[in-house]
Design a protein around this ligand. Structure first.
Ligand code: 5FX
Length: 534
């Protein structure tokens, strides 16, 4: 038994995230057999990053050194080898990267990639291979002018969203490319290829330039999410002949080729080990959570994030629609809400004496629908919707200046979840029989908060640990990539993965109460937006 287990196939999933490089290895039964990581700040101090990035003096420009990522891979593979991982068992590998970041390969780099010497580190050999040493990453917000220009060229923000799945965002790669071309033309001219962080990482394993996959490609404001090809109008508005620098996009489930001989000779990978297209960290998380049609994942952290599986997308001025990473006919949506845990903590301090126990008791002691009281809590300028301030309403829709502490606790939690549902539905989400809400993040340990989530969505809530979902999703995608071309669905391959835990089911009255309340909430939100619009 033991010998068989030791020879059994293994699938690797890497995640090049903002602060660290992580890996998990799963066996054919989806058990995690190895995990490892390299922390950028502490293990690669020579790059002097904080949280994996450099924030420039203008506070808007945020970059990461590309060689840090290369060196992290050298380090990680050495750690895996020292830990005894037998690379010859790896049948396929895939990975993910922080979304939107871009890497600029210098003329001649593809030759270097093809001829890597197994006696040397990658970082030694690739030192001269990048025309831009510090890559723009997702935290960058310095390309406002380029965003305006792109929207003007595309026929407005909504039109751009209809084509690419999102209005123009500063961090989206096309706008970063445009800014680089305008502000650092020499470095731009020296580039022979532009990768996303995900396709850059895949290129290292492939020993050649890897295609950008549809799903991560949707975070660039360049890909037409319906034709799944570069949009002519966006390309033209961004840079001439940009398609030559980007290469053709490919389905996220594609096998790109075998791992390069560098990895075979240096680490003992098998020559037939497949490299499956890498994708963005959020799409990879969707795969790691095994989100299905009708499911919604709600991450309750400093900011709250909502992920959705979408069949018929309705791009809007808020949120993002990406091509789905596991089913090429479907889509996923991502929504960000800035006022999450910090606001919950403020109301806990002001209305529940700083105690989560009292906060929970207030939720238990107040009725579904809060006797008609509704609250909007935007302590800081919200992303979805773009509004600020605290706005409270009584049952007759009249603005009120305060609520009793218990009512206020419920107003906050109901208001937050009504907002998550309203904005998800606007992007094309609908609750269907069998819908599951997957909850994760700090506040997901509070079952009374999750009961409200279940009631507002009229669906059962399950909890799931997301800390390594991008890595796990990448390992699952590596396994699926081997059979995807023969038409085997992703869910067939991952059906034995550990199930999330059921923690709350909706109250029988929930559907009736929140169907009505959602309509009122939408009307009142519109009023708040009109009042706070500059
Ligand atoms: C998504 O649009 C984002 O910008 C972030 O979640 C990054 O992907 C984080 F890596």
């Amino acid at each position: 038994m033991m010998a068989a287990a030791q020879d059994s196939p293994v699938y690797l999933g890497f995640d090049f995230s903002t602060q660290q490089l992580k890996v998990v290895a799963v066996d054919g039964n989806l058990n995690v057999v190895h995990h490892n990581n390299v922390q950028f700040d502490s293990e690669l101090p020579e790059f002097r990053t904080q949280g994996g990035v450099h924030i420039q003096a203008d506070k808007l420009t945020v970059t990461s050194p590309v060689l840090m990522w290369v060196k992290a891979l050298d380090l990680l593979l050495d750690k895996m080898k020292r830990a005894g991982l037998d690379f010859s068992r790896v049948r396929a590998l895939s990975g993910s990267g922080q979304q939107h970041g871009s890497v600029y390969w210098k003329r001649g780099a593809s030759e270097t990639l093809k001829q890597l010497d197994p006696d040397q580190d990658l970082s030694q050999q690739l030192q001269g291979s990048f025309s831009v040493a510090d890559c723009p990453v997702w935290m960058d917000s310095s390309s406002s002018q380029q965003c305006q220009d792109l929207q003007a060229a595309a026929g407005g923000a909504l039109r751009l969203a209809e084509i690419t799945g999102s209005r123009a965002y500063e961090r989206f790669t096309g706008n970063q490319i445009s800014k680089l071309r305008q502000t650092r033309p020499a470095e731009y001219r020296e580039a022979e290829r532009i990768s996303l962080v995900s396709s850059f990482a895949a290129s290292l394993f492939l020993g050649d330039y890897a295609a950008i996959d549809y799903s991560d490609g949707s975070g660039m404001n360049l890909l037409d999410i319906r034709t799944r090809d570069w949009s002519e109008v966006c390309l033209e508005a961004t840079a001439p002949h940009l398609d030559r620098l980007l290469g053709a996009p490919l389905p996220s489930t594609s096998v790109l080729g075998p791992v390069s001989s560098y990895f075979v000779r240096r680490y003992g990978f098998c020559g037939s080990c497949s490299v499956v297209a890498f994708t963005g960290d959020n799409p990879a998380s969707l795969a790691g959570m095994r989100l299905q049609q009708g499911d919604i994942a709600v991450s309750l952290g400093t900011s709250d994030t909502v992920f959705l599986w979408i069949q018929q997308p309705r791009p809007a001025l808020e949120g993002h629609i990406f091509c789905n990473p596991v089913d090429w006919q479907a889509y996923m949506a991502l929504l960000c809400f800035k006022n999450g845990s910090l606001t919950r903590e403020r109301i806990r301090n002001e209305c529940a004496g700083g105690s989560w126990e009292h906060f929970s008791a207030s939720l238990r002691d107040t009725p579904l629908g809060n006797t008609g009281h509704i609250g909007f809590y935007f302590d800081t300028m919200e992303i979805t919707p773009p509004a600020v301030g605290v706005h409270l309403f009584g049952p007759d829709d009249r603005a009120v200046s305060s609520l009793s502490p218990q009512v206020e606790v419920r107003a906050l939690v109901e208001g937050q979840f009504l907002s998550r549902r309203l904005h998800a539905e606007r992007l094309g989400y609908s609750i269907i029989p069998g819908t599951r809400v997957l909850a994760t993040g700090g506040a997901s340990s509070n079952t009374d908060i999750l009961q409200v989530l279940s009631d507002v969505f009229d669906a059962p809530v399950f909890t799931i640990d997301l800390s390594s979902s991008a890595c796990l999703g990448s390992a699952y995608r590596a396994l699926h990539g081997l059979v995807a071309e023969s038409g085997v669905p992703f869910f067939e391959v991952v059906k034995n993965a550990p199930e999330p835990q059921l923690v709350a089911t909706p109250h029988p009255a929930a559907q009736e109460v929140y169907k009505q309340m959602l309509k009122r909430f939408a009307r009142l939100e519109e009023r708040v937006l009109q009042q706070t619009r500059p």
